[in-house]
Design a protein around this ligand. Structure first.
Ligand SMILES: *[C@@H]1O[C@H](CO)[C@@H](O)[C@H](O)[C@H]1NC(C)=O
Ligand SMILES: *[C@@H]1O[C@H](CO)[C@@H](O)[C@H](O)[C@H]1NC(C)=O
Length: 220
């Protein structure tokens, strides 16, 4: 028994050691050269001598995003494409605006865990564990000042349950977390996934799938 516990402890150490997400930087700064045609894991660095304060700067996160769309939310990203100096640093953030009763629909970030804080309003949020964990749904109502975590890769959502706008700030442990909005990926792929495939997967009639595929899937 003691040997088994020791083995588990050792295993947990080795796994935590291997699991970092974005790779660690090998230099002080690696400001992304966003114009480089070279494909690498991340972005090519520009000469550190050419780095300037604006490479590490973004302004305007005080401005609300335009939530006039079908889902009633808008994400303003501050990722490596917005701050070139984030390249190789494994961190980023976003502002999320919600119209009254608007939602940030079910989606996943393939490369990041998200930690979100509510700045204004009241949100109902949740994420779903994987098949292996019974697809358990974990939800919470968040008020101003509350913080909630969405573990990497898991499908999650946030919805404004108040009749006034809501605002949240989310931090993510990747310079480029990626977003897969479930409905968009499934019903809005280019070209469309065969309706026969989706009809069987969702246990729906082909016509319902055709209807869903004809909708405009907004990327909030
Ligand atoms: C917000 O977006 C809608 C729909 O695209 C557009 O009609 C409207 O002018 C935008 N409002 C602002 C303030 O930009
Ligand atoms: C899985 O979820 C169902 C439906 O909520 C529940 O009845 C069942 O007890 C859960 N099983 C486990 C092993 O958690």
């Amino acid at each position: 028994m003691a040997a088994r516990i020791l083995l588990l402890v050792l295993l947990s150490f080795t796994t935590t050691l291997i699991h970092a997400y974005d790779p660690s930087p090998l230099q002080d700064i690696c400001v992304a050269d966003l114009k480089s045609p070279v494909f690498v894991n991340g972005r090519v660095c520009k000469d550190p001598k050419l780095a300037k304060a604006d490479d590490f700067f973004f302004e305007g996160l005080d401005k609300p995003g335009n939530t006039s769309n079908n889902v009633g939310s808008k994400v303003t990203p501050v990722f490596v494409d917005q701050i070139a100096g984030l390249n190789t640093l494994g961190i980023s953030l976003a502002r999320i605006d919600f119209a009254p009763y608007g939602e940030n629909p079910p989606h996943t970030h393939p490369r990041a865990t998200e930690i979100l804080t509510v700045i204004e309003g009241r949100l109902y949020v949740g994420f779903v564990l994987s098949n292996q964990n019974n697809n358990s749904l974990i939800t919470k109502v968040l008020n101003k000042g509350d913080v909630f975590v969405f573990p990497i890769g898991l499908i999650h959502f946030q919805a404004n349950i108040g009749h006034t706008p809501a605002v949240a700030i989310a931090a993510l442990n990747s310079q480029n977390p990626g977003v897969i909005t479930i409905a968009n990926s499934i019903f809005g792929s280019n070209p469309p996934i065969s309706d026969k495939i989706l009809a069987k997967a969702f246990q729906l009639d082909n016509k319902v799938i055709d209807y869903l595929q004809a909708q405009f899937w907004v990327d909030p």
